[in-house]
Design a protein around this ligand. Structure first.
Ligand code: ADP
Ligand code: MG
Length: 334
């Protein structure tokens, strides 16, 4: 069915039926001029928004609409997680090509809703307009942070350890596999990481509450870019031990098959949405002792340490130290 057949308000009706979010704290949801929520005055609010543009951030030739919806919300929630917050409400603004089917939008919302359900972020509104060209999706999220739990980019201190959650490289491999149009089934984890990234939300809460991390950022542009942001804002230098960076099995396999350096994937792969953070050594040791012999411990890896600013932003590989170039992966300008 064409969008023109049901019009803007018919479409919003359908969206409302999919989203169908009601929580006691939502006083007015979708359907009025704006949403109204009851807020907990004891907690700080965290607000963020992200935009995705067809042809720049996503390619509909291989991106299912449902995945697009998931990713649009997940990437925004990831920013909330990187501050130490939890998401509460989302607003979705859409500029839709008139040629689109209603079913496309319904699938997009299924993905948005699925992601919202997983991370407990309720969609409470948005805006819908026509686009004469490409599709454009903007998601704004409001969440909460307890006083004292805000983690900024500027808190890293000399001698802090630099760590990362999970494994890197998969998002770029997923992108390259999809662009190449073949071999999807051999790289399932990478493809799903690229299409539907997970948010390290629970991990971020643990890092903040149990490890008292000193600074944090999510990896959207690649490790080398993100560590540069952290160091610049914290007014310090760093050394990244390149051989310690955790890279996914699929990324190792793919890079070998394509005769590419694994470090390119480790340092440049963007859209990973893993958390990069710093922590004081004493806090790290305390945390490690407290989690000894425990199951389901956070999957984190120490990959470097913070140094004085004068020492610069560096990486070390095979005993050789060199300056780290903030060379983030850009999915559309190689
Ligand atoms: P206005 O004309 O005041 O912008 P709209 O008619 O655009 O109001 O919106 C009506 C209601 O539908 C509002 O509650 C708005 O938040 C919601 N809404 C509009 N578009 C979307 C969308 N894409 N996703 C979720 N809610 C939407
Ligand atoms: Mg409107």
């Amino acid at each position: 069915m064409r969008l023109t057949e049901i019009g803007e308000f018919g479409l919003i009706d359908r969206i409302t039926r999919i989203v169908n979010g009601s929580k006691p704290d939502i006083v007015v949801g979708i359907g009025d001029d704006a949403a109204v929520v009851r807020s907990d005055l004891r907690k700080l609010k965290v607000l963020t928004t992200d935009v995705m543009v067809e042809g720049i951030h996503f390619n509909l030739a291989y991106t299912p609409f449902e995945s697009l919806g998931w990713k649009a919300l997940a990437t925004t929630i990831s920013d909330v997680a990187a501050m130490g917050g939890i998401p509460l409400y989302g607003l979705v603004s859409l500029a839709l090509p008139v040629s689109w089917n209603v079913e496309n939008v319904e699938l997009l919302y299924k993905g948005l809703k699925r992601c919202g359900d997983v991370y407990q972020c309720t969609l409470v509104g948005g805006d819908t307009v026509q686009s004469q060209g490409m599709c454009f999706i903007s998601v704004a999220v409001m969440g909460e942070i307890e006083e004292g739990s805000v983690v900024r980019r500027n808190g890293a201190k000399e001698k802090d350890l630099i760590c990362v959650t999970g494994e890197l490289g998969g998002a770029t491999v997923g992108f390259e596999v999809l662009e190449s149009g073949q071999g999807k089934d051999n790289f399932p984890d990478s493809v799903s990481r690229f299409l539907e990234p997970k948010v390290r939300l629970q991990e971020s809460q643990q890092l903040v509450k149990e490890m008292h991390v000193s600074s944090m950022i999510d990896i959207s542009d690649g490790l080398s870019s993100e560590i540069t942001h952290l160091c610049q804002q914290s007014d310090c230098g760093c050394i990244i031990w390149e051989d310690q960076i955790p890279v996914s099995k699929e990324a190792i396999f793919w890079s070998r098959g394509h005769e590419k350096a694994i470090s390119a994937y480790a340092l440049k792969s963007g859209e990973e949405y893993e958390l990069l953070f710093t922590v004081a050594r004493t806090e790290f040791e305390k945390w490690r002792n407290s989690t000894k012999n425990k199951k389901n411990v956070l999957n984190i890896t120490v990959i470097g340490e913070i140094t004085r600013k004068e020492e610069g932003i560096c990486s070390m590989k095979g005993g050789k130290k060199k300056q780290l170039v903030p060379d983030g992966w850009d999915h559309f300008h190689k």
